[in-house]
Design a protein around this ligand. Structure first.
Ligand SMILES: [Cu+2]
Length: 176
């Protein structure tokens, strides 16, 4: 009897220990991954390979609104607010940006301080340093209330690099 109770206790203890791990695992798989991995990572100033300029205007446009990037590049994105309104640039997936824009309508005072975003008062210039480690599209938008809906958004198209041979090792196996 005592043994059985101990076993039961052990089993449930083991289950209790394991199930949070399972729950965490499945939720992180089922849930979309948060921005940082899908779109790259905060870059190091010392690794900047190229500087690009983007202007934010009161007609709800980024100029340019489309930029080409090579996978692996670390860009210094110099952003100038050429308007009279406050604007901001936020890098993210379309889905995250949309959700964030909705949130901004509810909390317009929300402060932004993340490496993937920059808020600028009229006439100000600032810079983001971002490493584009994944090929694909990284969206950006202004999330000041109403600006996203007015179309203030753009895209960084990150083209894959040839060294991706490593990634495509299925294709590589028959190469010899
Ligand atoms: Cu704006």
């Amino acid at each position: 009897m005592k043994l059985r109770n101990t076993l039961l206790a052990l089993t449930s203890a083991a289950l209790a220990a394991v199930s949070p791990a399972i729950a965490a695992g499945s939720s992180s798989d089922g849930h979309h991954h948060h921005g940082a991995t899908a779109m790259g990572e905060a870059g190091q100033t010392s690794q900047v390979t190229r500087t690009v300029q983007v202007e934010m205007r009161d007609n709800m446009q980024f100029v340019p609104s489309k930029l080409q990037v090579k996978q692996g590049e670390t860009l210094r994105i110099v952003v100038k607010n050429a308007g009279q309104l406050t604007h901001e640039i936020v890098l993210g997936s379309e889905k995250d940006l949309k959700a964030h824009a909705e949130l901004m309508k509810k909390f317009p005072e929300m402060e932004h301080a993340e490496p993937n975003m920059l808020t600028l008062a009229a006439g100000k210039t600032g810079a983001l340093v971002w490493k584009f480690s994944k090929a694909g599209v990284v969206n950006f938008a202004c999330l000041q209330p109403g600006h996203f809906d007015a179309g203030m958004k753009g895209q960084l198209q990150v083209s894959p690099v040839k060294a991706a041979a490593k990634v495509a090792n299925k294709e590589d196996i028959h190469a010899h």
